[in-house]
Design a protein around this ligand. Structure first.
Ligand SMILES: Nc1nc2c(ncn2[C@@H]2O[C@H](COP(=O)(O)OP(=O)(O)OP(=O)(O)O)[C@@H](O)[C@H]2O)c(=O)[nH]1
Ligand SMILES: [Mg+2]
Length: 236
């Protein structure tokens, strides 16, 4: 079974179509991790869950919100569920739910599969130029400093083989936005994981507003330096 973790904050209008598209795939289950969205995403998720025949679980988080914390809580629950592979994706249709079986299948020969915009065949659609520049720069920056052998380390569309995810030091991961993806990739490599990138087409969000903030960008700018310093001191 493949469990897809979908963190949500104000994604009510995207959620029904996303869940329908995901549950169309045999052997796929979904865990929505909602951070008390003011727009009622959590309630909508509960409604969809009640019609899902047990294939959609909903976690309602309280306290400070955050993408990284949501993923960590979701990953713990996912590991407890016994899923063989655990995927993560955004709720806004930037990631195509139709790609999930392809990513999950690639996890047969890799420990971490990253849906990548920056390998041959990867594409960006309808993204404004300033987002393209920021994302391309961020990935080159991360690769130059951390030497991670990955072209899209900030991608949030991934599938983990269960054994690798179980070995990640989840309680030591502190970063939140895009930096969370970089930090988990870093740990994967430190654990000797086989990391594979498969091309995806990333599309501008369908509905709702972006949550990209200055704080998220600042965190992402600092993290590669912290990781490479840790590495020099031989800690992972
Ligand atoms: N649980 C939770 N989910 C979040 C939070 N912030 C963003 N998300 C979700 O995480 C996914 C990816 O969000 P981001 O890529 O950071 O930002 P975004 O809002 O999608 O921004 P754009 O894609 O640039 O429009 C989406 O499904 C969001 O709803 C948060 O604090 N908590
Ligand atoms: Mg998005």
């Amino acid at each position: 079974m493949t469990l897809v973790i979908v963190p949500t904050y104000n994604e009510r209008d995207n959620l029904p179509a996303l869940i329908e598209a995901l549950l169309r795939h045999h052997g796929v289950q979904v865990l929505v991790v909602d951070d008390g969205s003011p727009d009622g995403t959590g309630k909508e998720a509960d409604r969809l869950s009640s019609q899902s025949g047990g294939r959609l679980q909903v976690m309602h988080r309280r306290g400070p919100r955050g993408l990284g914390r949501s993923y960590i809580d979701g990953m713990r629950t996912a590991l407890a569920s016994g899923a063989a592979s655990i995927c993560q994706m955004d709720a806004d249709f930037s990631h195509d739910p139709g790609d999930v079986p392809r990513l999950a299948a690639a996890a047969a020969d890799a420990d971490l599969v990253i849906g990548s915009r920056y390998v041959a065949g990867g594409q960006l659609r309808n993204w404004p130029w300033h987002r393209r520049v920021l994302s391309a720069f961020a990935n080159r920056y991360v690769r130059a400093i951390t030497r991670l052998p990955v072209y899209d380390a900030t991608s949030g569309f991934r599938c983990w083989r269960r054994d690798l995810l179980a070995r990640l030091p989840l309680d030591r991961i502190a970063s939140d936005g895009y930096a969370f993806q970089v930090e988990t990739t870093w740990h994967a490599r430190a654990l000797g994981a086989r990391i594979q990138e498969v091309p995806i087409t990333f599309v501008e969000r369908r509905q709702g507003a972006s949550k990209l903030s200055g704080r998220v960008i600042a965190e992402s700018a600092l993290l590669p330096w912290q990781l490479s310093l840790r590495h020099r001191h031989n800690r992972t």
